[in-house]
Ligand binder design. Structure first.
Ligand code: ZN
Length: 286
């Protein structure tokens, strides 16, 4: 058992042996650390703070969209699902999909609606119960406890999961075991190599463990590619989107409006250069 007051992450979660250097990004938990080899950014939060922040975020609402944002959420889910079907070259009804960390089932619901044979696994009891209650096929627990068969799935999705993990390699290896060769693993996470990070640094909301329970490990396109290479995947495609120059809570309303407009203007070049702050990595199981 780890000492609750010791640091939750002591080495690069991608598995690099390189030293961690201190950055100038200062969070309440201490300066972010950077892996010298892959550029992964790592929080210095303690084990106690980590587990406390994770607990605060288990509620029955889970990731269900708040009123007003549902249409956007569904559109985005459809884009991911279309891309998966496209990369696999299969119609939705031929695709067995597993959503790992499915929360209360918002993405799963979109997948089922358009015909995917989709199910989920979710460790948080209240969120999992909400998904089950709405009729979705969801197992409550951790992926490695669920005991799926070898090569059982054609596609696996991992949204907002790997930035919480000490050892993402273990999770990706388990995903590889239950994916058939040529299957697609879609990872959605933040992009610490984004222009939003360059502009806002430590005030980028995504880094705030108080607002995003358990966020401790921040990827960039290069570190995702390295992680996939080390766990038996190749990169099929990496897409990023969204640029913000300041957070609404941190600047005056007129400044925020101008910054928002500027963010919209640079969206296209950001997407072309992988500088958006939302990252979707489509990996192919080798
Ligand atoms: Zn590294």
């Amino acid at each position: 058992m780890n000492n609750p007051e010791s640091r939750f992450l002591n080495s690069c979660p991608i598995g690099c042996k390189a030293p961690l250097e201190t950055t100038a990004y200062i969070l309440p938990e201490g300066a972010l650390l950077r892996c010298n080899a892959c550029g992964q950014l790592i929080s210095q939060c303690t084990s106690a703070r980590y587990w406390q922040s994770m607990q605060e975020f288990d509620d029955s609402q889970g990731t269900l969209p708040k009123a007003g944002s549902e249409a956007g959420r569904v559109r985005r889910s459809r884009k991911f699902l279309d891309r998966i079907a496209n990369l696999l070259g299969l119609p939705p009804e031929k695709i067995r999909l597993l959503d790992v960390g499915c929360s209360s089932g918002a993405f799963l619901n979109s997948a089922v609606e358009i015909g995917f044979c989709a199910e989920g696994v979710e460790p948080a009891p209240k969120a999992a119960a909400t998904a089950q209650y709405s009729g979705l096929k969801v197992r409550q627990g951790l992926l490695h406890e669920a005991g799926y068969a070898d090569e059982q799935f054609d596609a696996i999705t991992l949204f907002e999961v790997i930035e919480h993990l000490q050892q993402p390699q273990e999770l990706l290896r388990e995903c590889r075991r239950i994916l058939r060769p040529g299957g697609i693993l879609l990872i959605g996470t933040g992009n610490a190599g984004s222009w939003s990070m360059s502009a806002m640094g430590a005030s980028w909301e995504y880094l705030d463990i108080g607002k995003h329970g358990g966020h401790i490990s921040f990827f960039n396109p290069g570190s995702i590619a390295l992680l996939s290479q080390r766990t038996g995947f190749s990169v099929a495609e990496i897409q990023t989107r969204g640029v913000r120059f300041c957070e609404k809570s941190n600047c005056a309303a007129p400044v925020y409006r101008i910054a928002k407009l500027a963010g919209e203007l640079v969206n296209l070049p950001a997407a072309l250069l992988n500088k958006g702050h939302d990252m979707a990595a489509y990996l192919k199981r080798i």
